[in-house]
Design a protein around this ligand. Structure first.
Ligand code: ADP
Length: 626
């Protein structure tokens, strides 16, 4: 092993010492687990069973190709022993075991710093820690510290000449590792229960908790010598033979999410392609959804034998909220990660899964709108990212999009199909506007023309929209168009009073002179109704929201220049036009122009120097209160 394998400890420390201190983060995590309120303490049992089951899966997988291991013939099983009188609990497996390095790097260290941050937040919010979350964040082992003060791990790794070790926690800050006499292959974890948790030393209690999950463990589980589970791969059963409760329990078992799933899909595909699958759509988005290191994809099985956890090739990223298993006999049992990554079988399974999941969503979107809305609120942003990455399903994904819109209340989202069905015959384009949220969008002067003419405008308020919607280009032969662009098709005759263009020309030139190279151009506006001026994007420019994003990514990104549109029928503009023509107060004309321009910037959140703006405003106030 190289030094870097043991994240927190140097090589010489590892070789010479047997007492170790947890690093700061780990101490804090343990402190939280030991002292914070928590719910579901029984989760520790599921975590231990699940770790043992993982360790057994690993050795079974290795045994397929390698018989040179410690105790090659040992039965693959889990033993739980409890003693009511002594208040003790132990769990022993014949799995892959741990080396000293494993004990240091996997038990003594937190894999993800996001974990601690999250738990801290929970504490600050004064929430009790849900033990399920400890598991979701990849530190499930530590949930045991809810029910005990001291844990002992004895372990022998599968290498034939491996040494055996004893790991022991001391208080919240330290642990020791010492070599012990050779043990059989596997791991034993034992501890004395805190008084208030002595119920977990009662065999009936342990059995009743295990009943929920142990049937999904692919190895026999014994409690005080009595076998308690019937190994049964749920996905091999017929639909009608599976109870809802079993589905929910199985979902919780594989996802660590204690909320029952929103839906499941059970597949039994036979023919050219053969596989079975049981997948779930969660009811809520899990907090780890966007933490790549933690969120897990589907599990891969070959004829009931576990092959791989988190097989990312089975689903595209935009569906990574889906949890479950895929079981196929078309792969060799000892298939490696590299092979699954390029396997045509996996690619075909993926296509079927995607199609089935989209089919279910389409069904909700059509026939169960509240359900689809709930789904969309949770996972819509992720789903959208498929538009840029999954060209095969792009059209189906576009149909599944939902937007806020100017014609409906915030709670009512619409599809592009709804929009097009409502379009007047002479409307040629689908209009949208992007912004952080509805209230801000509705203050945008660029909406005025559309509001007045009752033209529907989609409100794109999801940050992901910036990366997806502009790439749709058209839907049903109608172009998608940002109403913030200068080249939008706006009918001039909609202006009630056609002002004498000529008489404004001078003023527009004055605007150009005063603003200089701050703007690309100054033109007369056809779109404004209530506002005096607005900024729009030139043909080549990006939408303001897109620019905001670009700037976020690239600090050196410079904004493209905007076009200032002037509403020549507005009173302010009329007033300054008179002032301009009479040349009676050139300074006031210039200041008003600057003020109008800054005001438009302010509305977009782009005003760089509020000082100037305020100074001018105070001058105007002084003038009008004279
Ligand atoms: P996770 O299971 O999510 O990785 P845990 O904190 O539960 O997180 O476990 C940390 C690691 O400790 C496991 O990934 C595994 O490598 C090791 N481990 C825990 N229990 C066992 C066991 N019974 N046998 C072998 N390794 C184990």
């Amino acid at each position: 092993m190289s030094e870097t394998d043991i994240r927190d400890f140097t090589k010489s420390e590892v070789e010479s010492k047997n007492e170790f201190e947890y690093k700061a983060e780990m101490k804090q995590l343990l402190h939280l687990i030991v002292h914070s309120l928590y719910t579901h303490p029984e989760v520790f049992l599921r975590e231990l069973i699940s770790n043992s089951s993982d360790a057994l899966n690993k050795i079974r997988f290795r045994r397929l190709t390698d018989s040179n291991i410690l105790d090659p013939d040992a039965e693959l099983k889990i033993n739980i022993d409890v003693d009511e009188k002594e208040n003790t609990f132990s769990i022993t497996d014949t799995g892959i075991g741990m080396t000293k390095d494993d004990l240091l790097s996997r038990i003594g260290t937190i894999a993800s710093s996001g974990t601690l941050e999250f738990l801290k937040q929970m504490k600050e919010n004064n929430k009790s820690i849900d033990a399920n979350l400890i598991g979701q964040f990849g530190v499930g082992f530590y949930s045991v510290f809810m029910v005990t003060d001291e844990i002992i791990i004895e372990t022998a790794n599968a290498e034939p000449d491996s040494k055996s070790f004893l790991w022991k926690s001391i208080g919240e800050n330290k642990f020791t590792i010492e070599e012990i006499d050779k043990k059989p292959r596997g791991t034993k974890i034992s501890f004395k229960l805190k008084d208030e948790y002595k119920e977990f030393a009662q065999p009936w209690k342990v059995k009743s908790i295990l009943k929920k999950y142990s049937n999904f463990v692919d190895f026999p589980v014994y409690v005080n010598g009595e076998k308690v589970n019937i190994v049964s791969a749920l996905w091999h059963r017929k639909k009608e033979d599976i109870k809802d409760e079993e589905l929910n329990d199985f979902y919780t078992f594989i996802s660590n999410d204690s909320t029952p799933p929103m839906a499941h899909i059970l597949l039994n595909i036979e023919g050219i392609l053969n596989f079975k699958s049981l997948i779930f759509i969660p009811e809520t988005a899990q907090p780890t959804l966007f933490q790549d290191a933690l969120d897990k994809s589907l599990q891969l099985y070959s004829n009931r034998i576990f092959i791989q956890d988190n097989c990312k090739e089975l689903l595209p990223d935009y569906l990574k909220f889906v949890k479950g298993v895929v079981d196929t006999e078309e792969l060799p049992l000892n298939v490696s990660r590299e092979v699954t990554q390029s396997s045509p079988v996996i690619a075909k399974i993926k296509n079927v899964l995607v199609s089935k999941i989209l089919g279910l969503l389409e069904d909700w979107a059509e026939n169960d709108k509240p359900k689809y809305e709930k789904f969309y609120n949770n996972f819509g942003s992720l789903l959208k990212t498929g538009i840029n990455s999954d060209f095969t399903n792009k059209d189906r994904l576009i149909e599944l999009l939902r937007f806020e819109t100017s014609l409906k209340p915030k709670s009512e989202k619409v599809s592009l199909k709804d929009y097009v069905n409502r379009m007047a015959d002479d409307q040629k384009e689908i209009y949208y506007i992007m912004g952080d949220h509805r209230d801000l969008i509705e203050m945008n002067p660029n909406l005025e023309y559309f509001r007045k003419n009752e033209l529907e405008v989609l409100y794109l308020t999801d940050p992901v929209d910036v990366f997806t919607i502009p790439y749709i280009f058209e839907y049903n032969k109608k172009q998608l168009k940002s109403i913030e662009k200068a080249d939008i098709d706006i009918k001039k005759e909609n202006k009630t009073e056609t002002s004498a263009d000529e008489s404004n020309k001078g003023l527009l030139n004055k605007f150009k002179e005063v603003l200089g190279d701050k703007v690309e151009d100054v033109i007369e506006s056809n779109r404004l109704v209530d506002s005096a001026v607005t900024l729009v994007v030139g043909k080549q420019g990006f939408d303001p929201q897109v620019e905001k994003m670009m700037q976020y990514i690239d600090k050196n990104f410079t904004h493209s220049k905007r076009i200032l549109e002037v509403n020549t029928t507005h009173n302010i503009i009329r007033n300054i036009n008179s002032l301009f023509i009479s040349n009676s107060n050139p300074e006031l004309v210039s200041n008003t122009i600057l003020q109008l321009y800054d005001g438009a910037l302010l509305l977009e959140g782009k005003l760089a120097s509020p000082n100037e703006f305020l100074k001018r405003m105070n001058e105007f106030i002084e003038l009008s209160t004279k």
